[in-house]
Unconditional design. Sequence first.
Length: 156
Amino acid sequence: MQLLILVGTVHGNATEVAQTLAFAAADQGFDAKVLPMDPLTIEVFAQDAVFLLCCSTTGSGDVPDNAQTLYQSLDQQPRYLGSTRYGLVALGDSSYGDTFCGGGKAFDARLQDLGAHRVGEMCEIDAMQSDDALTQALVWWTTWVNRLPQAAKATA
C-alpha cells in the first residue's frame, strides 16, 4: 500500500517525525514516501494512496509557509475528496492556547469539508509536554495503522 507523508514544517521537527513514521511504515510493508508540501496542490490527493499529514504550526495557529500553496489550493481548487483517507500528526505548543496545533487542525477541517475521511484520532504533539515527539508519534502510529483496514472498507 502506498503511503504519502506530506510535511508542513517551520524548523524541521515535522520532517523528523515524518521520516521516523516512514521507517515504521516501511517495516510494516508500506511503500512510504515523505514529500515536503512546498510544490504540492490539491492534485496530490488524486493519487491512489493513503495520506499522512505531518504539520507544524506557526504564527497565530497558521500553517507553515511551505504548506501555504497546498492549503490555499484546497480553497481555490476545491473538489470532492470522498475516496481520500488520511491521518494527521499536528505539532504545536500548548502555551499558545486556542491556536495549539492550529496548522494541523486547519488542514483537518478543510479536508473534511471536501469529503476526505480521517482515519482515527489526530496525533497532537505538544512541545511543552513532550521531550520526545518521535516516541509519541510512534505510539500513535501503532493505533492508527491498525485502523487502516477498517477505513479502507468504509470508503470502498
